[in-house]
Write a new protein. Structure first.
Length: 161
């Protein structure tokens, strides 16, 4: 008799579980869910992507692609070991002179150590860079001042050492 009661109880519980699952499924399938809106990336995420894209361009051997992150203007400032240099074109020429081929460009790694929004139009970035190359590894630190110009974040000042 106990076996029959246990079997009956088990069948009853199974039927209730199946009913609950079917009822739950029908309830959910009848409710139409709206597709989730993709979140708009934050300004910081946009900047991080732009800087990562620069590294990819460098590692492809494209100095021009790398320079796409800089402000294409005569007032853009680059400060390196030779001191300050003004202008996008002068900076591009200096990069091409210092890194004439893929062997000299090597593989760039850039690590952002700090990123800070100064205002709605300015960000300040601090990081480290490393070049692994057959002609000798080099590396150092950088600070970047980025400004939003015409809806795009660009580097207006780069101090790399």
């Amino acid at each position: 008799m106990k076996k029959y009661l246990c079997l009956l109880l088990l069948l009853s519980l199974s039927a209730n579980v199946c009913f609950a699952q079917n009822h739950s499924h029908k309830k959910h399938s009848a409710t139409k869910s709206k597709p989730a809106k993709p979140e708009k990336p934050s300004e910081e995420q946009i900047i991080r992507k732009m800087l990562a894209d620069q590294v990819q361009e460098w590692n492809k051997g494209s100095v021009e692609g790398y320079m796409a992150g800089y402000w294409d203007n005569d007032s853009m400032l680059f400060i390196g070991s030779a001191g300050p240099r003004y202008g996008f074109q002068k900076t591009l020429e200096r990069y091409k002179e210092a890194y004439p081929d893929k062997a000299h460009m090597g593989k760039l790694t850039s690590t952002i150590t700090s990123i800070q929004q100064l205002s709605k139009d300015y960000f300040f970035v601090v990081g480290k860079w490393d070049l692994k190359r057959k002609v000798g590894d080099v590396g150092g630190s950088y600070t970047l001042l980025l400004k939003k110009i015409d809806g795009n974040w660009v580097i207006v000042c780069d101090h790399s050492s």
